[in-house]
Ligand binder design. Structure first.
Ligand code: 6R9
Length: 666
C-alpha cells in the first residue's frame, strides 16, 4: 500500500487512495501494526473460546468467576460466561476506586447554553449509588424494567448506571420519540418505573418530556408503572400527579451514597433497546451483562486506542445504541475522561463542535456522517463557522458511525478536522451487535475512504449468498457473522420466535447472524464496504426506521388515509430521505390543498412516532402501482421517488397511468 498522491482529484472512485497510520501513533498504539492485528485474528481462529475467555478474565471483574465460556447448546440462543456473576456498574465505577482513576474527571458536561461542569469517578459513584438507593426506595427490584426518557445529561447516564447497579433492566427511549412510542415501549417491556425530566434544552429551546410521559400513560395499558421520577432540568413548573410523580429532589432526599452493587448472572438482561426492523413494530433488542461490558471496554481500547490522557467525545444521544456503548458504559469501564454534550451541533452556530473540541482538548472525536455533511455545508456558506477558526490540535483519532460515510465527507473530515494527521475509524456495527464489529484500528489499519476495512479480531464477518455460501472477494452479497460473539443480541424481548426469524435464517443453517446489510469485499485487500440495508429499513441521518412502521402510522389516520407505501431515496444531507405515496379516502388533492394535507400527515407521523420519522416527500395518487395480484411494486416507487425515468418492466402493472400521477410533487 502506498501513501496518497497529493492533489488527487476527489471523486467517488477512490479505491487508490490509501492512508497508512501515522508512525508516531503506531509506535504507542495498543495494536500498532497489521502483523499485531493478524496475530490477534489468528489467536481467535485457532482457539476461539480461549481467545474470549482470556479477555473476559482480563477486562471484567467477576464476583463469581465463570467456568464455561460459550454455551451453544440451543442456537441461536447463545450464552457467554453463563455461570459467572458480575455487576456492570461496579465494572464501570467501583473498580476505579483506589486507583489513579478515582479522582480523575469522568465526565465533562457541557450544557446547551455552554455551561460546563465536571464530575470525577468518585463523585459519579456516589451519585449513582444515591440514585440506586432512590430507585430501590420506589420499589424497584432486580429484574424489573425501568424506562428512561431523559435529556443528554449526566443524570441520564446516572439513571442507566443506577439500574445496572441494582440489576434492573433499563429501556432508554430517545427524547425525540412520541407519546405513542413511549406508551408502546412501556407496555412491551412492562416497565415499573419511568425516569424523565420536566423539560429538555435543545438549541436554546425548552422542550417538554414529562408532559409526553403524561400523554403516554393516559393512552392506557400502562398499569405496570408505579412511579414517575422527574429530574427538574429547568426551573419551569410541571404538572405533578400526586401519588405517582416524584421529583428527583424528593426521591434523593436522605439517600445514602453507599449502595452495594447487586451481582447478576453474566446473561442477566442489562438493557432492552427498541430498534426498527423490516416488519411491524420496533423490536426490543435485549443485551446481556458480561459479554456486553467486556466488548464495550475492549473496543474503547482497540478501536479508539484509548490512553489514560485521552479526552473522548462521542456525540451520540443515550437514546441510541452508540450512546449506550460509547457514552454510558464503554468510556466508564475503560476509565476515560469523556465529554457529554446536551445540545445540538448548530447552536448557537455551526461551529459548536469545533469550539468544544478546542475548549475541552478533545483527543478522540466520534460522530456521524450526517453531522459532518451538515457542518461541511455550513462551513462552505459561512466562513465564521469553518473549523479553521479553532485550534483542533488536541485531536489524534476521529471516528464515524451510523451510516456509510461518503468519500468526499471522509476527505473533508480528514483534512479540516483531523489536519491530515488523525486516522478516521469508520466503525460499522448495529444495535444488535452491542459494539463495533468491522472497523479500522487507528495504529494498524491503512485507511481507504468509504470502507470500514476489516472485522475486529474474534468477529467472524463474511459475505455470503442467500444460501449462506461464502462469496469470493469482489462479489457483492449479504453480510453475516458466522460465529457468536460476547456482545451480541440475546433475543427480542418477549418474542424469541421473531429473534430467530429476523437474524438467523433457516436457509443459512439457523445459527449464522444476518446483519441486514449488503456488503462487498475489495478484490485485493479484502476490505469491506457496506452497500446498505437489504431489508425494508431506512437510514435517515443515521437513524433506523422501518418503512412498515411509517406506513402503519400513516394508515392509522383512518379519517383521511386509505393506503400508504413508504420508500427511501438517496439524499445528499441525510443519507436517505423518506418518501411516502398516499391514497386518500377522498379524491386526490392537488396544489395548495395537497400541500396542506401533506403537512397534516407529516405532523401526524411526528405524533405517532417522532419528528425524525416525518416523510420529506408526500405524493398523492388515486391508487398505488400494483401487480394484477395486488402487490405494491415498490421498485417502481423507489424510481419515482428518485425522479428517475421508469425503465423497468411495467407489463405486470395493473394501472400504468398511476405512475405519472405519483411523479407529481405538487
Ligand atoms: C451503531 C448503529 C445500524 C445500521 C447498519 C448499517 C448502518 C452503521 C455504519 C453503517 C455503513 C458504517 N451503519 N454504521 N453503514 N458504515 N460505519 O448505527 O446502530 O442504529 O442499529 O444502525 O446502520 O446499515 O445496519 P443502528
Amino acid at each position: 500500500m502506498t501513501a496518497p498522491a497529493q492533489g488527487t482529484i476527489e471523486s467517488v472512485l477512490v479505491e487508490n487512495r490509501v492512508f497508512p497510520p501515522p508512525a508516531s501513533l503506531s509506535a504507542t498504539a495498543r495494536v500498532g501494526s497489521m502483523e499485531a492485528y493478524q496475530a490477534l485474528c489468528a489467536e481467535a481462529e485457532s482457539d476461539f473460546e480461549g481467545f474470549w475467555a482470556k479477555r473476559a478474565r482480563e477486562h471484567v471483574q467477576w464476583t463469581k468467576p465463570f467456568t464455561e465460556v460459550l454455551d451453544q447448546s440451543q442456537p441461536p440462543f447463545f450464552k457467554w460466561f453463563q455461570d459467572g456473576e458480575l455487576n456492570v456498574s461496579a465494572n464501570c465505577l467501583d473498580k476505579h476506586i483506589g486507583t489513579p482513576v478515582e479522582n480523575k474527571t469522568a465526565i465533562i458536561f457541557e450544557a446547551d447554553d455552554g455551561q460546563v461542569s465536571k464530575i470525577t469517578y468518585r463523585e459519579l459513584l456516589d451519585k449513582v449509588s444515591a440514585f440506586a438507593n432512590a430507585f430501590k426506595a420506589q420499589g424497584v427490584q432486580k429484574g424489573d424494567r425501568v424506562l428512561i426518557y431523559m435529556p443528554m445529561t449526566v443524570e441520564g447516564i446516572v439513571a442507566m448506571q443506577a439500574c445496572a447497579r441494582i440489576g434492573a433492566t433499563h429501556s432508554v427511549v430517545f427524547g425525540g420519540f412520541s407519546a405513542k412510542a413511549v406508551n408502546e415501549r412501556v407496555i412491551d417491556a412492562g416497565a415499573v418505573l419511568i425516569i424523565t425530566a420536566n423539560y429538555q434544552m435543545r438549541g436554546g429551546k425548552e422542550l417538554p418530556l414529562k408532559a409526553i410521559v403524561d400523554d403516554a400513560l393516559a393512552m392506557g395499558g400502562c398499569d405496570t408503572v408505579k412511579k414517575v421520577l422527574v429530574f427538574e432540568r429547568t426551573a419551569t413548573a410541571w404538572n405533578k400527579v400526586e401519588g405517582r410523580d416524584v421529583s428527583f429532589g424528593e426521591a434523593l432526599a436522605g439517600q445514602s451514597k453507599e449502595c452495594a452493587p447487586v451481582p447478576v448472572n453474566a446473561e442477566h438482561p442489562l438493557f432492552i433497546l427498541y430498534t426498527s426492523g423490516s416488519t411491524g413494530k420496533p423490536k426490543g433488542v435485549q443485551h446481556a451483562s458480561g459479554g456486553y461490558v467486556l466488548w464495550a471496554k475492549m473496543t474503547m481500547e482497540w478501536t479508539f486506542d484509548l490512553q489514560p490522557s485521552d479526552v473522548f467525545w462521542c456525540t451520540a444521544d443515550i437514546g441510541w445504541i452508540t450512546g449506550h456503548t460509547y457514552i454510558a458504559y464503554g468510556p466508564l469501564a475503560a476509565g476515560a475522561t469523556q465529554v457529554v454534550f446536551e445540545g445540538v451541533p448548530t447552536f448557537p452556530n455551526a461551529g459548536r463542535f469545533w469550539q468544544m473540541i478546542e475548549r475541552h482538548g478533545v483527543s478522540i472525536f466520534y460522530t456521524a456522517p450526517t453531522a459532518i455533511r451538515s457542518l461541511i455545508k455550513a462551513a462552505d456558506s459561512d466562513d465564521k463557522v469553518h473549523p479553521r477558526n479553532w485550534n483542533l490540535g488536541s485531536l489524534r483519532i476521529l471516528g464515524s458511525v451510523g451510516e456509510p460515510i461518503n468519500p468526499e465527507a471522509w476527505m473533508w473530515y480528514y483534512r479540516n478536522i483531523g489536519g491530515e494527521r488523525c486516522p478516521i475509524v469508520d466503525t460499522f456495527w448495529q444495535t444488535e451487535n452491542g459494539g463495533h464489529v468491522i472497523t479500522p484500528l487507528p495504529g494498524a489499519t491503512p485507511l481507504v475512504p468509504g470502507s470500514c476495512t476489516l472485522p475486529l479480531p474474534g468477529i467472524m464477518a463474511q459475505i455470503v449468498d442467500e444460501t449462506g455460501k461464502e462469496l469470493p472477494n469482489g462479489t457483492g452479497g449479504i453480510l453475516v457473522i458466522s460465529k457468536p460473539w460476547p456482545s451480541m443480541i440475546r433475543t427480542i424481548w418477549n418474542d424469541p420466535e421473531r429473534f430467530k426469524k429476523a437474524y438467523f435464517p433457516e436457509e443459512m443453517g439457523g445459527s449464522i447472524y444476518l446483519a441486514g446489510d449488503g456488503a462487498v469485499r475489495d478484490a485485493k485487500t479484502g476490505y469491506f464496504r457496506i452497500t446498505g440495508r437489504i431489508d425494508d429499513v431506512l437510514n435517515v441521518s443515521g437513524h433506523r426506521m422501518g418503512t412498515m412502521e411509517i406506513e402503519s402510522a400513516l394508515v392509522a389516520k383512518t379519517d383521511l388515509v386509505a393506503e400508504a407505501a413508504v420508500v427511501g431515496r438517496p439524499d445528499d444531507m441525510t443519507g436517505e430521505a423518506i418518501c411516502a405515496f398516499v391514497v386518500l379516502k377522498r379524491s386526490r388533492p392537488t396544489g395548495d390543498e395537497a400541500k396542506q394535507i401533506a403537512k397534516e400527515l407529516r405532523d401526524w407521523v411526528a405524533k405517532e412516532i417522532g419528528p425524525i420519522a416525518k416523510p420529506k416527500d408526500i405524493r398523492f395518487g388515486d391508487n398505488l402501482p400494483k401487480t394484477r395480484s395486488g402487490k405494491i411494486m415498490r421498485r417502481l416507487l423507489r424510481s419515482i421517488a428518485k425522479g428517475e425515468a421508469i425503465t423497468q418492466d411495467t407489463s405486470t402493472l395493473e394501472n400504468p397511468a398511476i405512475l405519472d400521477q405519483l411523479s407529481d410533487t405538487h
